[in-house]
Each structure stands twice: as C-alpha cells, then as structure tokens.
Design a protein around this ligand. Sequence first.
Ligand SMILES: [Zn+2]
Length: 299
Amino acid sequence: MSFTLQNTLTVLLVLTTLGGGAFIWWQDKQHNEAVTALEGTIDEKNSELVLRESVINELSKQLEMTSEELNDTVDRLSGEKERNDEMEDQVRELAGTVSDLDKLSKTDKELLQKYSKVYFLNEHYIPESLREIDDEWKYSEDSEHQLHSKVLPFFEKMMEDALDDGVELWVTSAFRSFDYQSQIKDSYTITYGSGANAFSADQGFSEHQLGTTIDFTTRGLNGGLSGFQTTPAYQWLLDNAHKYGFTLSYPEGNTYYVFEPWHWRFVGEELAKDLNSDDVHFYDWEQRTIDQYLLHIFD
Ligand SMILES: [Zn+2]
C-alpha cells in the first residue's frame, strides 16, 4: 500500500513537472507568435508610411509647379493688363483726336481768316446762325443789328462788365450782308468818288460779313465813330476786350489797313488773350499760327 502510494505520488510529481514544462513551452510559443505578428504589422505600417511620404513629396512637387505656374500666370496677366491700359490710353487719345477733328471740321474756318485787299470773303457767305442784339446795347433801338449766335454770350458779358465799370458802349454796326455792304459802298462811291475804298474798304467789310465783328460808339459822339479813340470807352476796350475774346483788328499805326478804333472782332478768348500778352495784333501773326486757335474759338 505504501509502495503504491509512494509510486503514485512520484508519478503525479513527474506528470505535474511535465505538464508545467509543456505549459511554459506553449506559453512561450504563443508569445513568439504574437511578437512576429506585431513585427509584421509594424513592417506593414512602415512601408505604408514610406509610400505616403513619397506621395506627399510628389504632391508638394506638384504644388510647387502649380505655384510657379500661378506666378507665371500672374506675371502674364499683369503684363496683359499693362498692355490693355496702354491700349486704352491710345484709344482715348485717338478718340480725343477724332472728336477734335470732328469739332474742327464743324467749325467755320472763315472765323479766324485774315482778309486783305487780295483775299476777300466770298459774296455768298453767310454765318451759320445770327441773332438779334438786345436793344439795350444798340445806339439806336430802331436799328437791327445781328451777331453770330455763338459770339453773343461773350459780347453780352463784355457789355455788362463795361456797364458795371461805368463805361457806355453802343453798337452801331454788327453783321453786314454782302448786298448791304454793296449798297453802302455805292452810296459812298456816289458821294466820294473813287476815294470810297478808304471809308468802306473791303478788308473791314469781310469781318462784318462774318457776323463776329462790331463797330462801337459811345457818349459824346452823336452815334458816330469819329473821335472814338479819345473816349474812355476805347480805353476800356483796349484794357479789357481780350478777356471776352475780342480784338482790335486795325490798331493805330498798323501797316495793313486804316486805323479803326471802333472796330472789334471776336477771335476767341485764347487767341485774344495771347495777342494781348504778346502786345501784337491779329494781322501781325501768320495765318497758320492763328489757325491753331480755331478748335477752341468758342470755349
Ligand atoms: Zn467795322
């Protein structure tokens, strides 16, 4: 019995020992397998990371290219904008030139023409539009005196300012048609014979036919012209008429015509002022110099 028990105990001990060893081995094996699996996963993740990194590199390269292209595009666009701006300027300039040319083509060239005994305004010429001068500016209210409609505002401003300065100016003659002038000349010719040209001469007549020219009288002359150069009205015109675009066509001592202190022609503010500041007269300048003022004659 005791032998059997002892044997049995021994067998149990051996079995227990064997069992424990087997368990440890199994446990060890399980652990190793887990480690291997984990290592595999890590490898997998690593290669995934490498792949992502290369994708990122690729993408950032593409981005770089894209931003370069963007910069190029921005450069190209700003270059194009500059060209467009330049083009716009040229178009605007051209449009200005065209509108100037258009304006010039619609402006009567005769308005700044110099007349002489050889160059004379055509007998069929009539101004583009005439308007009756207000009675208060006429010497005789019964008379009809017409002026170029675009000259009228300049004329009226001058007359009002003269009056404000206490200067009395009255119109005795403005627009004269060719026919009317012929009648005057005929009557002069009858009265004075061949000397008529000295009174009713061709050069001054052309300016009246334009509708831009006025003969003035003032207090103390009984409506006449003679002696006008001694009056305050004449002095006022000498000092101020250019501000309103009027100029004395035939000044004292000139070489191109007789002295006509009462005879004032509208040539535009720009030209009248320039003549005044240069201390010269309309007929002193070359026609081509005067022509440059035509565009702005009514500005
Ligand atoms: Zn006159």
